[in-house]
Design a protein around this ligand. Structure first.
Ligand code: FCB
Length: 452
């Protein structure tokens, strides 16, 4: 049961969730730094001020990755560490950190996959209107140029952004993530439009300034619906659910991916949003619609769908007692079959699973080890489905487990442990969990080592 030759086996993290050093070496504040200050925003009043102290401990973390045997590492760059005000003056010490990190990764024979933006938006730019400001896409392009000019002699795999669905929806609509806004539909869609423009301009910038041949994509939420049965009608209904816009928010696939990958907003979304739809200037869609080399999908869970009376999708709730993770997300391994398969068929781009994993109730056992059999079983089940999708013809190039180590899980603080490496936040000791050893065997055998 081997994955295709050259399959990328990686782990993923994000700057704000692991780096710490929030106010060190000239870093500017991000909206997550300020969001965490407000009482009630984060579980137990926690913050990413110190997090996993990766800013200082990255050599140890690279060593751990080396031991696990990953051949790739997905990391993100903190925009305000590089440009403290979001635009303008570069912070040399901040840039130097990423320079060292990339060098050491390459020395360890680990290929970096860099996400330019994983939610830690510069506070200064937020004060200038953030994603609502018509200039926001130029700001993002400026930042992209700075990073690409510095790192692209060594970094060849880029993602413009992580999960626009989440930072726009949770951050600008539900108010549960930074910056905590609760915008109405028209303004929400305007932030989304500026985000799409930012993506497009960043892709153009990467291609214009990269010093070596590069692969460019993004990491989006893969919102997945799986068919209740193998009947063609159920399969079609699940696919329809995946590729339609039915709610007045931006928690869907096509409002984002159709503009980026097809060059237009989906008709059903335009009809649903009506007068709230964003004003589209003449060149906008051409800017947004840039050729991409891959589509990154973050997939954790999904919903089951069957064909209703007229064939329309009908969601079937998980049965009572259905397994859930500590984060209360359902365990739905089939999402790693239908997700990549359907996205590949629709957009015809190579797929990377840029995030997949689970929060577990992990602690250090009396024997000093961290046993996480649920995580092993979870990953095993999901990888079997991914393998099936690959065998059935979806062009799947790689898999990044979320996450290398326990970290700051946004509004949930340190309550959720998503890592394959346990982090003791009082001592910063790292302990690879059983799943890390299991993953090591999976990687070494290119997938052959996992259970049937
Ligand atoms: C994803 C985020 C990532 C992490 C995981 C659990 O939505 O991209 O930063 O929080 O969920």
């Amino acid at each position: 049961m081997n994955f295709p030759k050259g399959f990328v086996w990686g782990v993923a993290t994000a700057s704000y969730q692991i780096e710490g050093a929030a106010r060190e070496d000239g870093k500017g504040l991000s909206i997550w730094d300020t969001f965490c200050l407000k009482e009630g925003n984060i579980w137990n009043g926690q913050s990413g001020d110190i997090a996993c102290d990766h800013y200082h401990r990255y050599p140890e973390d690279i060593e751990i990755m080396k031991q696990i045997g990953v051949n790739a590492y997905r990391l993100s760059i903190s925009w305000s560490r590089v440009l403290p005000n979001g635009t303008g003056k570069v912070n040399p010490k901040g840039m130097a950190f990423y320079d060292r990190l990339i060098d050491q990764l390459l020395e360890a024979k680990i290929t970096p996959y860099v996400t330019l933006f994983h939610w830690d938006y510069p506070e200064e730019l937020y004060c200038r209107g953030g994603w609502l400001n018509p200039d926001s896409s130029d700001w993002f392009a400026e930042y992209t140029k700075v990073v690409v000019e510095k790192l692209s002699d060594r970094v060849k795999n880029w993602m413009t952004m992580n999960e626009p669905q989440v930072f726009i929806n949770h951050g600008h609509h539900h108010g549960t993530h930074a910056p905590g806004l609760k915008l109405g539909t028209a303004q929400l869609l305007r932030t989304a439009h500026n985000t799409l423009l930012s993506h497009g301009k960043a892709v153009q910038t990467i291609r214009a300034y990269s010093k070596s041949a590069c692969n460019v994509g993004l990491a989006a939420v893969g919102v997945v619906f799986t068919p209740a049965t193998d009947k063609p009608a159920d399969i079609a209904a699940a696919r329809q659910a995946m590729f339609s816009v039915t709610n007045k928010d931006v928690w869907n696939n096509t409002w984002w991916m159709d503009p980026m990958l097809v060059g237009k907003y989906p008709e059903d979304g335009l009809a649903l949003f009506g007068a709230d739809a964003p004003a589209i200037r003449e060149k906008d869609m051409a800017i947004i619609h840039q050729p991409l080399d891959f589509l990154g999908l973050n997939i954790y869970y999904g919903q089951t769908v069957r064909a209703g009376k007229e064939g329309q999708p009908e969601i079937i709730p998980d049965p009572v007692g259905h397994p859930i993770t500590f984060y209360h997300w359902g365990v739905n391994p089939q999402t790693l079959y239908w997700g990549p398969k359907n996205f590949f068929e629709r957009y015809k781009l190579p797929i990377y699973i840029t995030e997949n994993g689970m929060a577990n109730v992990d602690w250090v056992a009396l024997d000093g080890k961290v046993h996480d059999p649920q995580r092993i079983d979870f990953l095993n089940r999901y990888l079997l489905q991914l393998f099936k999708a690959s065998k059935d013809g979806a062009d799947i190039r790689g898999y990044f487990q979320w996450s290398l180590m326990d970290n700051f899980e946004w509004a949930s603080g340190y309550r959720e442990r998503f890592g394959m490496v346990y982090v003791d936040y009082t001592t910063q000791q790292r302990i690879p969990k059983d799943s890390a050893y299991w993953y090591k065997d999976v990687i070494a055998s290119n997938g052959a080592a996992f259970g049937k």
